[in-house]
Write a protein that binds this ligand. Sequence first.
Ligand SMILES: NC(=O)c1ccc[n+]([C@@H]2O[C@H](COP(=O)([O-])OP(=O)(O)OC[C@H]3O[C@@H](n4cnc5c(N)ncnc54)[C@H](OP(=O)(O)O)[C@@H]3O)[C@@H](O)[C@H]2O)c1
Length: 285
Amino acid sequence: MDESKLLIIGANGQLGSALKEKYPLATALNSNELDITNLSNLQKTINWQNFLTIINAAAYTNVDGAETTTGRKIAWQVNASGPRNLANIATKHNLTLIHISTDYVFDGVEENHLENETFSPLNVYGQSKAAGDIAVSLTSKQYTLRTSWVIGQGKNFVKTMLELASKNIEPKVVSDQIGRLTFTSELVRAIDHLLENNPSYGTYNVSNTGESTSWSDITRTIFKLANVNLKVTDTTTAEYFKDKPGVAPRPLNSTLDLTKIHNTGFKSNTWHDDLLSYIKQENAK
Ligand SMILES: NC(=O)c1ccc[n+]([C@@H]2O[C@H](COP(=O)([O-])OP(=O)(O)OC[C@H]3O[C@@H](n4cnc5c(N)ncnc54)[C@H](OP(=O)(O)O)[C@@H]3O)[C@@H](O)[C@H]2O)c1
């Protein structure tokens, strides 16, 4: 794969930052430099002949924000119209498009999500992402990586729990949402694997492997690995959100079946191993 012909979009996000580190010779543009919602601008600003592959790491990821009047529009622009624009460009210039989806396109009733499960999003973010997936599927050279519970550089669950621990706060954490973490390092490895090995185009589930676990048990593991001696109390999603009106409903089961990407030769790292490396890195800062 020729790195110099790679365009990374949404380069300042959790995944975008990890991609920039992996591919230093790629062109990496943040939201100020390239706005995916404006097709005519996209067509004018970039000389698409210079590229073979686009990685779209851009998204509106504020799940609760997407439930507001303003947020709903932004979510649809960035998560649905944006990927539609990129798919349009990929088709016109014969480019490969890598796009990132989410388990939030499902209602979480199935305990184990396969790539071909019918969309059933519970919230506006999931609805807008499902529309983006459909738009991307219309260009022929595309890999959509469907992922869950992403952890990288930036605001995320592990950092929030470590911050609470640093203030000696004993958190109440939901115990009825079940899934697996996905470190951005794992997503980058999967993207690199797909680009290097070129299996059939389409959608691939990607998360870390290991036991599917609740957020509260993940918090206990975070505290154990970080040598934090604080109590974690279980709560339910309904209880946690009871006095928080306007919060988006969330799927209870987020586990993604990894068989399809494993069948292409990809070997997943466990979330436990990557969590340990992540905590060591955070402690070294
Ligand atoms: N985070 C999760 O737990 C999670 C779970 C499942 C799937 N995913 C998916 O994984 C992908 C990467 O997520 P992430 O956690 O890395 O997201 P992130 O940290 O929120 O980064 C998203 C980036 O997109 C940029 N962006 C927003 N609107 C844009 C626009 N109109 N044009 C260009 N760039 C724009 C943002 O820039 P600004 O900061 O300037 O707005 C931000 O840097 C997304 O597709 C997301 O839906 C995430």
